[in-house]
Structure formats: structure tokens, C-alpha cells
Ligand binder design. Sequence first.
Ligand SMILES: [Zn+2]
Ligand SMILES: [Zn+2]
Ligand SMILES: [Zn+2]
Length: 121
Amino acid sequence: MPKKKKAKKSVCGAELYIGDDYGDGLATICCQLDEGHDGPHQEIFKRNDTDVVIKWEIDEREICEVCGRFVSSPQVFWCANLDCMKTICTDCAIKGKKRKFRYYCSEECMKAVESEGKSKK
Ligand SMILES: [Zn+2]
Ligand SMILES: [Zn+2]
Ligand SMILES: [Zn+2]
């Protein structure tokens, strides 16, 4: 398990993703409460001088299976090795050498997939 770096005052940072009505994007709601808080996650923002409070229960972030960190959903990759398909963050993803735009959790997975492709024609 990787060591947890802890800042003195850290926020929870749990995220919620909601599609916008027009379908052209994704809004990310981010919990502003202290890390380890009780009860639902919460973000408050101001709209016309009134507070809008959003509360939700489930953190929708993924956990990178390589480094164990939380990853925001838009930044998640899955290992392109179909036998593996680990969740990986942008930092841990290894870009395919032969097949760019494919990402792997490890060199082994990349080799497994890319050497397989060689024998097939
Ligand atoms: Zn929270
Ligand atoms: Zn990672
Ligand atoms: Zn993998």
C-alpha cells in the first residue's frame, strides 16, 4: 500500500458527476468538507446571493489500482489488456508503444497485448 501524504488541513474532495441538460459536458461537484467528515458529502456555492447546497452520498471517484489514489472520473484509464482492465490514473498509465491511445497499467500488460498483435495479421 502506498503511503498517504496528509496535508495539515485536507478536504474530503469526494466528487459527483452530473451530466448537463444540453449534453455537452459534465459538471463535477466536489466535496468541500474536511476529510473524514460524517454524513453526506457537500458542496455549497452562491447563486444570486443565496447558498445552493448539494449533498450526496456516494463518492464517484475511481481508485487507481496501481497507486491507490483517488482519481477524478474524467481522468481515469482502464488497462487495455482485457484480462486485466485495472483502473489506472493518468500518472500510472503507460502509453502503448505500437498502439498509441492505448494505455496499460504495467509494462507486462503492454507486452502481453502488443506482442499478441504481432502474431495476428
Ligand atoms: Zn465529503
Ligand atoms: Zn495511479
Ligand atoms: Zn494491466
